[in-house]
Design a protein around this ligand. Sequence first.
Ligand code: IPE
Ligand code: IPE
Ligand code: MG
Length: 253
Amino acid sequence: MSNEVQKPAPDNGVPRHVAVIMDGNGRWAKKRFLPRIAGHHAGVETVRQLVRACGEKGIEVLTLFAFSSENWRRPEKEVSLLMELFITALQRETKKLHENNVRLLVVGERDAFSPRLQDEIAAAETLSQHNTGLTLVVAANYGGRWDVTQAARRLGEKIEAGELRAADITPDMLEAHTVLHGLPEPDLFIRTGGEMRISNFLLWHLAYSELYFTDILWPDFDARAFDEALRSYAGRQRRFGRTGEQVEQGKGA
Ligand code: IPE
Ligand code: IPE
Ligand code: MG
């Protein structure tokens, strides 16, 4: 499946691609003396609102870290409840996402999921594949190191097949084999929950993203909190190695 998004980049301070580590569900629940899974349930509602907000603002891609390759280390009970939550969320939300012209992509190592969950994912992706609104990328059993490794492996296979010379490998070529191929790079990265780390999320793609961290716990990350992140983004100067003066001059040209 091609991930291609073919639209010019808007120069209005609105990011084309927002990538989010949705963190803090467990602490949100703990504060309320609730089981951790109650926090994950509350987090689904935040996702719903954020998807709507992104659609309204004309953001093209929203990538959400839903389950990391390291999250299997959690207690078995929490993992199985999270898997159930994915299934019910897909069943409940797919139709509405489709009606709202959202295209869903799920990226990560899917083989580890139950056949039932894999089927639900495939059905949701197929249903929404031609939609032209927001592209919603859900990273599930995703790890940045895995992504770069599988891309490298595929280039290696081409070398073995005699289709490619090692000396001809370019960054673009590697990028083209990562799971976000064809999508614009994340302009804005948001992590809720107060931790200042990447936790093996998009290691390749965050190279030049603007980073935004907030202490707000994911279930509390509402429209206002998102607007605040967007305001912070809009106020930054993205230099990509150039000087501030060069960037200013480029704007006037
Ligand atoms: C993020 O919230 C959701 C997942 C990792 C699935 P956490 O569950 O990590 O919440 P905290 O960090 O324990 O508060
Ligand atoms: C990162 O959150 C993964 C997701 C949000 C899905 P974690 O809460 O698992 O990250 P660490 O382990 O605390 O860094
Ligand atoms: Mg956490």
